[in-house]
Design a binder for this molecule. Structure first.
Ligand code: 5GP
Ligand code: ZN
Length: 112
């Protein structure tokens, strides 16, 4: 996707503070952190929402979650963290490239 900010980050056309990368995912610091630690995990392949998951992409997301579980302590998240995937307009998805917010580094509130 030519105009996608996260595709540009994958290609290195926009700089990012990377904390993990392999051949299928990238994890980097959110530019406007909402919590003390705020990372974004993205698949390198462009797609927008979980509505576009096929078996291959679902398996990739499974591996991505496994990676988060394994690496979270090294990212300073050993006390816990929150994973959020905003999907579409009413959820406030501002970048149309699927991303998992990894939020923590402080106690988080969950209110109705
Ligand atoms: P969304 O609102 O789509 O769920 O989340 C998009 C996130 O991407 C926001 O938290 C925003 O701060 C972050 N973001 C937008 N542009 C950039 C950028 O160029 N670099 C980085 N590191 N994060 C970005
Ligand atoms: Zn993209």
């Amino acid at each position: 996707m030519e105009d996608c900010i996260f595709c540009k980050i994958v290609k290195g056309e926009i700089p990012s503070a990377k904390v993990y990368e392999d051949d299928e995912i990238l994890v980097f610091k959110d530019i406007e952190p909402l919590t003390k630690i705020h990372l974004l995990l993205i698949p390198k392949e462009h797609f927008k929402t979980v509505a576009e998951l096929d078996g291959k992409r679902a398996a990739l997301l499974g591996r991505a979650l496994q990676k988060i579980g394994a690496l979270a302590p090294a990212w300073g998240l050993e006390k816990g963290y929150r994973l959020v995937i905003n999907q579409g307009e009413e959820a406030g998805q501002s970048v149309p490239h699927l991303h998992i917010h990894i939020l923590g580094g402080e106690p988080l509130r969950w209110e109705k």
